[in-house]
Design a protein around this ligand. Sequence first.
Ligand code: 3PG
Length: 214
Amino acid sequence: MTAKQETLAALFGPAQVIPVLTIERLEDAVPLAKALVAGGVRVLEVTLRTPVAIPAAKAIMAGVPEAIVGIGTILNAGNLARAEAIGVKFGISPGATPELLKAAAASGLPFAPGIATASELMQALAHGFNLVKFFPAEQSGGINALRALAGPFPDARFCPTGGIGEANAKGWLSEPNVVAVGGSWLCPAAEIRSGNWAGITAICQRTMKSLKPA
Ligand code: 3PG
C-alpha cells in the first residue's frame, strides 16, 4: 500500500462504517455531524451532490472537531482539487476515469476510487490504489462478487457501498478484505429534512452495537 492508502485504511478501519451524506441545507451540516458523532460515527463522507456540499464540509470541520471529514462523489480532477483545497482528510469516488486516477495519484489526498469490475480494479491498482470503494456493492453481486475478486487480487482492500444497511453491514465487515462499509442508511434524507437528529444518533448507536461481536 502507498502511504496515502495506509492513511486511508487507518481512518476507515477503526470507523467501520462511513455515512454517505447528502446535505441540502447548509444549516443542517453541523447538527447532522454532531448527531452522527454522538452515535459513535466520526468519519463522514460529504458528497458533492448538492450546491452546499463544500461549504457544508467546511462548516463541519470548523464546528465539529471530532468529525473526520472527507468528500465523496468526486467525479473528475476539478472535484478532487476542490476537496483538497478545503483541507479534507480523504476523497472517495463512485468510479475511476483515467483522468481522475492520474490526478489522484499525483495528489497528496488519501483517495478511494470506485470499482465494480476486475478491469476497473486493475486500473486502480496500476495507479497505486489498492483500497477502493466497491460500488454499487449489493447491486454488483454482493459479497459473492467480492469473494470472487479476492482470488486474483489478494492485496486489494475494499470499502463496499451501495445497498448496505443495518441488516447486512456486519456480514460485509466479516469479509477479510473489507476495511469498512459506506452508506446512506445512517442519515436518511427524511430524518435530515425533519431535523430528527436524535433519530440519526439512535440509528448510529443501533448500527455500532450490531457490529460488536455476539
Ligand atoms: C454512494 O454514493 O455511496 C451511495 O449513494 C450510497 O449507497 P446507499 O444509498 O445504497 O447506501
